[in-house]
Ligand binder design. Structure first.
Ligand SMILES: Cc1ncc(COP(=O)(O)O)c(C=O)c1O
Length: 467
């Protein structure tokens, strides 16, 4: 959905964006006083006042009190049409009635057995049917799912190294906290990126064992796999932590062929794509069969559930005990009840298709609004997700992403928040459309977006009473 337009005038638009952001930040502070007070209290006992550093943003995050369907309400009693949806975890929307019913029924029957329950099998069978891989294990977060899948890959191949993509985020375990968002100064040459730690506290061995390559670059992949010491290539089939970055035609097929040729296992991280990409995930959408898949977020409908699945060869390592996979809360009956609701009753094949079709139309409407105003931006859309990317050309990798206009992206975000449309605060995220979003929600969001675009074109239009 790229807009073909020269970049002439971009800097004047960025200046307009900076002006809008300045005024909107003042407005934000004035309308979110209860959030500010709550954060001041929280900061005394929680680093940054939050439970995950991703939840913090300047000047202070919105503090929420409740959510239902497509809406969230903050402490200042502002209601938002929520497109953040738990960073893409709530394809069902908030507190879907069916999910609430099944989880409530389970609450009365026990929350933790630490013994098998029949729902473990039922949910695993649903994942087999959707994703094609024959065996699954449950975890509590996407982080654990990618961590355990990588351990399986190392155990099965006996190889120490892994390959990941620059700009890819796969959770907060050490092996993958490399080059998630490196600064341009540290990142090295575009075709041969330098592995950059994403945090202090990593062992130096991590940097030696995690190789970083650009997305959409088969030559780089072949180069790093050729020594035959790589256990797995972990990759999102569609990168969803730099907006939405689609694979070039033939890229995933090339990845599959190269990984097979060099005896490296292919691990699709579908924590974000998963069932929001289509009934059988991105793997099914593109018709590629990886050796391992990590899932999370949307399969749990807001409860902490994730999973990894693997080929028989991979999962035999768990069966024989060569690779240990354990966890007190794994497969707990409460999360299983939620997954039964999500996979079995709410996000059916038909409903998934309906929501994705609806998202396609919404993305096309947003794109048309950009085109009509000659904006140097485009809409990227995949499955039930979408984002406005402030560049003329589509983003093919991390280096393209960091060249997009973050002034415009921030102005668009804060403009929306002040008018009741909540997009993810991390500008690298994307919107998610849920089964709960209504035509009215979408018309409202489109109106707020087009008013933003009109104000970028003519900043004198800013109206303080506009709410
Ligand atoms: C692609 C991807 N993989 C893994 C994870 C880690 O999931 P979690 O935050 O549940 O640990 C994330 C989280 O955003 C993600 O985006």
């Amino acid at each position: 959905m790229a807009v073909t337009r020269s970049t002439e005038g971009t800097s004047s638009l960025s200046a307009a964006a900076a002006e809008i952001s300045k005024r909107e930040l003042v407005r934000y502070i004035l309308r979110t006083q209860a959030s500010e007070r709550a954060m001041a209290r929280a900061e005394r006992v929680l680093p940054l006042g939050v439970a995950s550093s991703f939840q913090f943003y300047e000047p202070h995050p919105l503090v929420m009190q409740s959510a239902s369907g497509s809406r969230m309400r903050d402490l200042d009693e502002h209601e938002y049409v929520d497109f953040t949806l738990g960073y893409g975890a709530l394809f069902t929307g908030h507190s879907h009635p069916t999910l609430c019913r099944l989880v409530t029924e389970q609450l009365a029957r026990g929350t933790l057995f630490v013994s098998p329950c029949e729902d473990n099998t039922l949910v695993a069978e649903m994942l087999v049917e959707r994703f094609g891989l024959p065996q699954w294990r449950f975890t509590n977060s996407g982080t654990e799912a990618t961590m355990d899948a990588i351990r399986v890959a190392r155990g099965v191949t006996g190889r120490p190294r892994i390959v990941k993509v620059e700009g890819g985020y796969h959770g907060h375990h050490d092996s993958v906290l490399v080059s998630t968002k490196p600064s341009a100064e540290d990142a090295g040459p575009a075709t041969q990126p330098v592995p950059v730690p994403a945090t202090e506290g990593l062992s130096p061995s991590v940097l030696a064992e995690t190789i970083v390559i650009p997305f959409n670059d088969l030559t780089a992949l072949e180069r790093v796999l050729a020594p035959r010491d790589v256990a797995c290539f972990i990759v999102e089939p569609v990168m969803e932590n730099i907006g939405i970055c689609l694979p070039d035609p033939g890229y995933l097929e090339g990845v599959r062929e190269l990984t097979r040729r060099f005896g490296t296992l292919l691990l699709f991280d579908e924590v974000k794509t998963g069932i929001t990409a289509g009934w059988s995930g991105a793997a099914g959408h593109f018709g590629i069969a990886p050796d391992l898949i990590a899932l999370g977020k949307s399969i749990g409908g807001g409860l902490p559930l994730a999973a990894f699945g693997g080929s028989s060869e991979c999962m035999d390592a768990v069966v024989t005990g060569r690779v240990l996979h354990v966890g007190t809360y794994n497969g707990n009956p409460l999360c299983m009840a939620a997954a039964r609701a999500v996979l079995g009753e709410i996000c059916t094949r038909e409903e998934t298709t309906r929501v994705i079709e609806c998202n396609r139309r919404f993305a096309a409407d947003c794109h048309a609004a950009l085109v009509v105003r000659g904006m140097p931006a485009h809409v990227a859309q995949f499955g039930a997700k979408g984002c406005v990317t402030w560049s003329v050309s589509p983003v093919r990798n991390f280096r393209d992403y960091i060249a997009t206009d973050f002034d415009l992206a921030f102005a668009q975000w804060i403009w929306g928040v002040n008018r009741g449309v909540l997009l993810p605060p991390g500008l690298d995220e994307q919107w998610l459309m849920s089964v709960a979003h209504t035509d009215d929600d979408l018309a409202f969001a489109l109106d707020v977006f087009t008013r933003f675009l009109d104000t970028v074109v003519d900043p004198s239009r800013i109206d303080d009473d506009d709410d």
